[in-house]
Design a binder for this molecule. Structure first.
Ligand code: ADP
Ligand code: TYD
Length: 214
């Protein structure tokens, strides 16, 4: 089992594709860095050399490239490497780690979209990960509007976006359900506003958390 250092702060951004997670993660990192914080901005799947190699297997190719079970194993393999190599060392030295997606994405993309697999998702998490963020921002917005934003980027990493708007709507509901079940950790942020308004909310909630923690 991995041990979470007592130091550092672990923040994650979650939400459907195109909701603005990466934009907000970058903005929060820049604000905290401007205030002199040691910040590590990272992402999943990826965030370490090994996990980025696994990412390349996951985000490109046909939607049915992997069986659902294989996909869950790959996400967990990537996450374990990312924690060992990037997240836990950064927390150990007292940094603020900001991660674009984490285990909630597996619970929702692999677990909520196919409810029969949620027990496997939870068991694997308990066995090989066992770490939760201190605070999670769920950037929530309408699935069609988010999809339009995401596809406009044309990154070539659209395996999950290609699954369509109905799938994205299921994912949105799954994320909101998780937020209701973990209200102390997951803060729902209205993502259908201009970037600056969202960033201001995220920064205020982060500062409030830091003050409460100090
Ligand atoms: P995600 O990481 O959730 O997929 P991104 O942060 O990459 O989303 O944003 C997807 C696209 O939408 C990008 O082109 C980004 O510039 C744009 N975008 C992000 N936030 C907003 C916003 N609040 N309003 C309008 N466009 C946005
Ligand atoms: P990401 O690069 O964050 O996509 P986006 O910027 O479009 O939101 O993540 C790549 C894809 O991987 C995304 O469609 C969500 C999916 N994913 C899962 O299915 N399970 C997971 O555990 C994670 C971390 C991501």
């Amino acid at each position: 089992m991995l041990q979470r250092p007592q130091t550092g702060i672990f923040l994650t951004f979650e939400g459907i594709d195109g909701s603005g997670k990466s934009t907000q993660a970058r903005a929060l990192a820049a604000s905290l860095q401007a205030g002199g914080q040691d910040v590590v901005l990272t992402r999943e799947p990826g965030g370490s050399t090994g996990a980025e190699a696994i990412r390349a297997l996951l985000v490109a190719g046909d939607a049915d490239r992997w069986s659902p079970e294989t996909e869950i194993l790959l996400f967990n393999a990537a996450r374990r490497d990312h924690l060992e190599k990037t997240v836990l060392p950064a927390l150990a030295r007292g940094a603020v780690v900001i991660c674009d997606r984490f285990a909630d994405s597996t619970r929702v993309y692999q677990g909520a979209a196919r409810a029969s697999l949620r027990p496997l998702v939870d068991q694997l998490h308990d066995m090989v990960i066992g770490i939760e963020p201190d605070l999670t921002f769920l950037i929530d917005m309408d699935a069609r509007a988010a999809l339009a934003r995401g596809l406009a980027r044309q990154t070539g990493e659209d395996r999950f976006e290609d699954m369509g708007a109905g799938f994205q709507e299921t994912l949105r509901t799954g994320f909101l359900d998780l937020a209701r079940m973990a209200p102390a950790r997951v803060q729902v942020i209205d993502g259908a506003r201009d970037m600056a308004a969202i960033s201001a909310d995220v920064l205020a909630a982060t500062r409030a958390f830091m003050v409460a923690r100090a």
